[in-house]
Write a protein that binds this ligand. Structure first.
Ligand code: PRP
Ligand code: URA
Length: 219
């Protein structure tokens, strides 16, 4: 669409949407700055998450809703399906309030997944999802998509829970992580604010923003 600051990437995967809006890019650059302390980091992460919601939900289905204005009746519209927001703990929590600001009626599920620091393999340690999650639109949120292990594990769990419609929303993605996630789950769209160059030997995204959970929580 002309004028939209959204890039549909041909590489590394077709199902990746980079939201390159200048306001988001400005905030992301501040977030990357190593001098940005936890308090500001938390605020920026939530602000970017809020801004991303517009593009992530742009083609969600709506249904008609009759409304009485002060002057007359008219048929408006509303989102057709309920929404479930699923942050991947811990760092995904840093985006939750920002998304909820735009989608306050969403229910919340939680998936605890952490990377083993040596093997970089995902370790799932907590799951709590709304019972009717299968009939909802799901936004899975985590600021970082690095090796793709945590995201892929979370998506597999959601599929086991019956979820058929979900989007993965992150801030910074590595090409390796996108490739890995889409080799397991090619149909799940990945929305991000940037695709960075590569992973380093410790599995960190370069240039990236460091350890999102540690910067968010001051650990
Ligand atoms: C970070 C991040 C992702 C994961 C990405 O979490 O929030 O969940 O790493 O890496 P991957 O794509 O290689 O799996 P981390 O494991 O550091 O846990 P934390 O959020 O509790 O700090
Ligand atoms: N997790 C993070 O928080 N940062 C990275 O760069 C990679 C994984």
């Amino acid at each position: 669409m002309e004028g939209r600051r959204v890039t549909l990437c041909a590489m590394p995967s077709r199902n990746v949407i980079v939201i390159d809006h200048p306001v988001i890019q400005t905030k992301l650059t501040e977030l990357r700055d190593f001098a940005t302390e936890s308090r500001k980091f938390r605020a920026l992460l939530n602000e970017i998450a809020s801004l991303m919601v517009y593009e992530v939900t742009r083609d969600w289905p709506t249904r008609p809703r009759l409304v009485q204005t002060p002057l007359e009746k008219m048929t408006g519209c509303m989102l057709a399906r309920p929404i479930t927001l699923v942050p991947i703990l811990r760092a995904g929590l840093g985006m939750a309030d920002g998304v909820l600001r735009l989608l306050p009626d969403a229910r919340l599920g939680h998936l605890g997944v952490r990377r083993d620091e040596v093997t970089l393999q995902p370790i799932a340690y907590y799951q709590k999802l709304p019972p009717d999650i299968a009939s909802t639109e799901v936004l899975l949120i985590d600021p970082m998509l690095a090796t793709g292990g945590s995201g892929s594990a979370a998506i597999s769990y959601l599929k086991q829970a019956g979820v058929t419609s979900m989007r993965f929303v992150c801030l910074v993605a590595a090409p390796e992580g996108i490739h890995a996630l889409h080799s397991h789950h090619p149909e799940v769209p990945v929305y991000c604010a940037a695709i960075d160059r590569q992973l380093n030997e410790k599995g960190y995204i370069c240039p990236g923003l460091g350890d999102a959970g540690d910067r968010l929580f001051g650990t």
